[in-house]
Design a protein around this ligand. Structure first.
Ligand code: MN3
Length: 242
C-alpha cells in the first residue's frame, strides 16, 4: 500500500544517501536564516532547510554521526510530522513562525506546536554554530554583553550554567529584550519567539545533541560550544536596532 507522505520518504532516503556520500550534497551556501521562506507546496509546505555547512564541518567538536542523526533524522522528522499535522487544517498556508505563534499554549494543538517549534529551533541552532566559531565577539555585541552581564567572563559562566541546569530536554538561549541581552532557558520544544523576545543564538541541550559524542556529559558539550562553535556573526545579524 502506498503510504501517505511517501514523497517525503523518498526525499529523506535520497538525503540520507547524500549524507553517506560524504555530504557533497551539503556543499550549500551559508544563506541567511529564512525558514519561513521554505514553504513550497500545499501538500508538503515545509522542507528540511539545508545545513549552513557540511555535516563534517564541526568535527572534532560535533561528530558527523551526531549531525547525521540530529539533522538527518531528528530535525527531518519534526519537519515531516509538521507537514502531516497541518495537512487539511487552516494552518497549511502559514509560515512556520505564524504556526508557532498561533498554536502556542493551545492544548489541542500541542503536537503541531511541538513539531513547528522544534523545526524552527533546530534551524536556528544550526546557524548558531559555525566551523572555527566560539570565543569572544567584538563591537556592539560585546558592548551589550558587558552592559547586560557585567563582563565577558560573567556572561560565559552564566550562559554555560544556564544551559547546564536545564532539567531534562530543552534549549539555552541568548535573547535581546530592548537594549538588554538576557539568558533564558526553554523546556522541550518551547521557544522565546512566543514570549516576544528576540533570539540571538541557541544551544540544543536535548540529549540527542551530545549523547553520541559525550555520553551524559552535557558540560563538555557546552564548553566546546562556547569555545569553538558559537557563530557570533549570526547573533550579531539577529540584533534588532534599539
Ligand atoms: Mn535537537
Amino acid at each position: 500500500m502506498k503510504k501517505k507522505g511517501s514523497q517525503g520518504t523518498v526525499d529523506r532516503r535520497s538525503f540520507m544517501k547524500a549524507l553517506g556520500m560524504g555530504g557533497a550534497f551539503l556543499a550549500l551556501n551559508a544563506t541567511g536564516f529564512v525558514p519561513g521562506a521554505l514553504a513550497s507546496d500545499r501538500a508538503r509546505p515545509f522542507r528540511l532547510p539545508p545545513l549552513p555547512y557540511s555535516p563534517r564541518a564541526l568535527v572534532p567538536y560535533i561528530s558527523q554521526a551526531t549531525m547525521n542523526f540530529h539533522y538527518g533524522r531528528h530535525h527531518d522528522t519534526y519537519v515531516s510530522n509538521l507537514n502531516q499535522l497541518v495537512r487539511g487544517t487552516g494552518l497549511a498556508g502559514d509560515s512556520l513562525e505564524d504556526i508557532i505563534r498561533k498554536t502556542a499554549g493551545k492544548k489541542d494543538q500541542k503536537a503541531i506546536f511541538n513539531n513547528a517549534a522544534q523545526s524552527w529551533n533546530h534551524d536556528f541552532y544550526w546557524h548558531s554554530m559555525k566551523p572555527g566559531g566560539g570565543g569572544k565577539p567584538s563591537g556592539e555585541l560585546l558592548r551589550m554583553i558587558e552592559e547586560s552581564f557585567g563582563d565577558w567572563q560573567s556572561f560565559k559562566d552564566d550562559f554555560s550554567q544556564s544551559a547546564l541546569t536545564i532539567f531534562g530536554s530543552g534549549w539555552g538561549w541568548l535573547v535581546q529584550e530592548g537594549s538588554k541581552l538576557r539568558i533564558v532557558q526553554t523546556r522541550n520544544a518551547d521557544t522565546p519567539l512566543v514570549e516576544d523576545l528576540n533570539p540571538l543564538l541557541t544551544i540544543d541541550v536535548w540529549e540527542h545533541a551530545y549523547y553520541l559524542d559525550r555520553k551524559n556529559v552535557r558540560k563538555d558539550y557546552i564548553t566546546v560550544f562556547m569555545n569553538h562553535l558559537i557563530n557570533w556573526e549570526f547573533a550579531r545579524k539577529n540584533l534588532l536596532p534599539v
